[in-house]
Design a protein around this ligand. Structure first.
Ligand code: AMP
Length: 396
């Protein structure tokens, strides 16, 4: 599916002041060093296009959760530094968002130059989608480009509100994400297998419901699986379970069955007495988890069953880890699935978030067709929800 919104190629950006909302919300270590610059790298295509077209480029983004006030820890200074290195030009860093310094830098900006505003979430008005704040941002520019796919599911001032005041178009990253995710959902090469993991069923109900209408099989691993086990009357010990979703889990299984969509649940489980590096790890049949134990990963047999299903697929979409992958000894299932995907010829789409970090950690990122820059945004998109940061853009 191609995006039905105008993109930067549909508007004349030459010599114009362009406000670009990027997603520079990157992980950092305790000293503020950027530990993964994928989101910055993914923003370069749009920025370079604007530089090549002699636009005056005003970038903005959020970083972390500074709760509406200035906090040096969440400053975008390290981003400006990294961007300068990647673009090989000096990116001017403002010391505020809509204050005197930002205004001065914007007024001094020459054609082809790039500047970065401070963290938009230093103002509580950002997340409130306050229109006065949005207008202040809009006043800096003649055109608004949204390229922050990772925040496109949020209706905030810089992701949506600002589009009320300026011609608003999509950047290359948003265009690419929608082309790929939309293409797979609308017209997948079959068999299309979806893999869902992670903790909460409640977060992924809409996703499962939508995928039942699109996928040929759905593999369910991670903490979500236990709610489905309990719904079928299995003993799940102390494993994570959403008691108020048991009925729903049953309904989803029935719905999938009636639509001939195969749902694959783990057949064996690695469980532990304690979720920590010190916890033990034993493998049991999925319907036989000891009362005092917590299921934390899929077992070897399950890996084989899942791999067998995946080997038949032409398209695979993966969202959510197969276990508590942050702890090495419970990461085997997640890592094994990553390796299976890496060795297949199929189209492999990773929905960002934890599955993306697991793949990066295994060094397999370049073996995937696409790793989304937006965990939450891609889930909401797969669920069929409208993303406000895209909805607000001008139609083609
Ligand atoms: P989500 O945000 O719903 O995608 O969940 C991701 C989190 O699920 C990760 O932090 C995992 O540690 C966690 N997770 C995966 N499997 C389990 C499990 N069996 N029990 C508890 N947490 C899990």
């Amino acid at each position: 599916m191609s995006i039905n919104k105008k993109t930067i190629e549909d508007i004349d950006v030459k010599n114009k002041k362009v406000l670009v909302r990027c997603d520079f919300n990157v992980p950092q270590d305790d000293d503020g060093n950027i530990t993964d610059d994928k989101r910055i790298v993914e923003s370069l295509k749009t920025i370079k296009y604007l530089i090549d077209n002699n636009a005056k480029i005003i970038l903005c983004s959020h970083l972390g959760r500074p709760k509406g006030e200035f906090n040096e820890k969440y400053s975008l200074k390290p981003i400006a530094k990294r961007l300068s290195e990647l673009l090989n030009i000096k990116v001017k860093m403002a010391t505020d968002v809509i204050g005197e310094n930002a205004k001065k830098l914007v007024s001094e900006l020459n054609d082809g130059e790039v500047m970065l505003l401070e963290n938009v979430r230093f103002h509580k008005e950002e997340e409130e989608n306050d229109l006065i704040f949005a207008k202040e941002l809009a006043n800096f520019a003649e055109i608004y480009v949204n390229d922050a796919f990772g925040t496109a599911h949020r209706a905030h001032a810089s992701t949506a509100g600002v589009a009320n005041y300026l011609p608003a178009v999509a950047g290359y990253l948003i265009e690419k994400e929608i082309d790929i995710l939309g293409g797979v959902l609308d017209n997948p090469q079959r068999p299309f297998v979806a893999i869902l993991g992670g903790k909460k069923v409640s977060d992924k109900i809409g996703v499962i419901e939508n995928l039942i209408n699109k996928a040929d099989s759905i593999i369910i691993g991670g903490g979500m699986a236990y709610t489905f086990f309990k719904a079928q009357g299995f003993e799940i010990g102390k494993s994570i379970c959403e008691e108020d979703r048991l009925e729903l889990a049953k309904e989803l299984l029935e719905k999938a069955n009636s639509k001939n969509v195969k749902i694959l649940l783990p057949v064996d489980i690695v469980c532990t007495n304690e979720i920590s590096e010190n916890g033990n790890a034993i493998t049991v049949e999925a319907n036989n988890i000891p009362a005092d134990f917590i299921g934390v990963d899929i077992g070897e047999k399950t890996i084989e069953v899942f791999a067998h299903e995946l080997e038949k697929a032409k398209t695979i979409m993966w969202n959510g880890p197969m276990g508590v992958f942050e702890i090495d000894k419970f990461a085997k299932g997640t890592n094994a699935i990553a390796r299976v995907l890496a060795n297949l010829d199929a189209i492999t789409i990773i929905g960002g978030g934890d599955s993306a970090s697991a793949i990066e950690k295994c060094g397999l990122a370049d073996k995937m067709t696409h790793i989304s820059t937006g965990g939450g945004a891609s889930l909401e998109y797969i669920e069929g929800k409208v993303l406000p940061g895209i909805e607000c853009l001008n139609n083609k």
